[in-house]
Design a protein around this ligand. Structure first.
Ligand SMILES: [Fe+2]
Ligand SMILES: [Fe+2]
Length: 237
């Protein structure tokens, strides 16, 4: 029998609750100051806005079926946080006088794919979006000369910085009983998926990233760096 072990997600649940409380205390950014965004940034933010909305769509059910109510509740708050990101990005787009879009093929494909996955595989795919988000919002926060954009990116980035280790902890738990060879195989496949995701992202968002002062290569390096740490921590014995 494989020992699954019990990892306590109470700490994560408290973190998500704390973040929700802080959000209610702070309230919204001051949308009335408006935002000035180049067309390429608008297009890029529109796609991320749709993506944030779709994140975690089927995750809550899978988490509930995994049998740990504390983890399931943390996941519910995680999904709410991704929806909040979509709401913030919609507010930013509106402040820039731009509309939101209803969907983008990359996102539709991503959400459809994830529907058929089990919890562990879904978290592995979701992790790709999370590390991409770290690089993307970091670039926007530091490189876009628009105060409202920078504030929205900073708020979202602060959450994404929690999402990555949250999913990492659950994934590490799910690999606890795996052999060394299957961990090596999983790590290799996971890297292939990251390479594919990064290719799509730099093609789609390369111009926006350049406006934020980050080249495609620098972005790929930065995201690969975040990912390397995650893969090492998840697949280490
Ligand atoms: Fe997000
Ligand atoms: Fe996230």
């Amino acid at each position: 029998m494989t020992m699954v072990g019990t990892e306590d997600f109470t700490g994560w649940l408290r973190d998500f609750e704390g973040a929700a409380l802080l959000r209610r205390t702070w309230g919204d950014p001051d949308w009335s100051v408006g935002a000035r965004l180049e067309p390429a940034l608008v297009r890029s933010l529109q796609r991320f806005q749709v993506g944030e909305d779709g994140d975690g769509a089927h995750l809550t059910d899978k988490a509930r079926r995994a049998g740990d109510p504390v983890y399931a509740e943390a996941v519910r708050l995680f999904v709410a946080e991704e929806r909040e990101h979509a709401r913030l990005l919609a507010g930013l787009l509106e402040a820039a006088g731009a509309a939101t879009i209803s969907g983008h093929w990359t996102d539709t494909a991503f959400v459809r794919l994830r529907r058929f996955l089990g919890l562990r595989t879904e978290l592995m795919v979701l992790m790709l979006a999370e590390v991409v988000a770290l690089g993307y919002y970091r670039a926007l926060r530091d490189g876009v000369r628009d105060l409202l954009t920078s504030e929205v990116a900073a708020r979202i980035l602060a959450d994404e910085l929690r999402h990555v280790p949250f999913h990492r902890d659950r994934l590490r738990l799910s690999f606890r009983g795996s052999s060394r060879s299957s961990r090596v195989a999983v790590a290799a496949l996971w890297w292939l998926l990251l390479a594919g995701a990064l290719t799509v992202v730099v093609i789609d968002h390369g111009e926006a990233l350049r406006l934020a002062g980050v080249s495609k290569a620098a972005f790929a390096r930065e995201v690969a760096g975040y990912f390397r740490a995650v893969v090492a921590e998840v697949t280490a014995r």
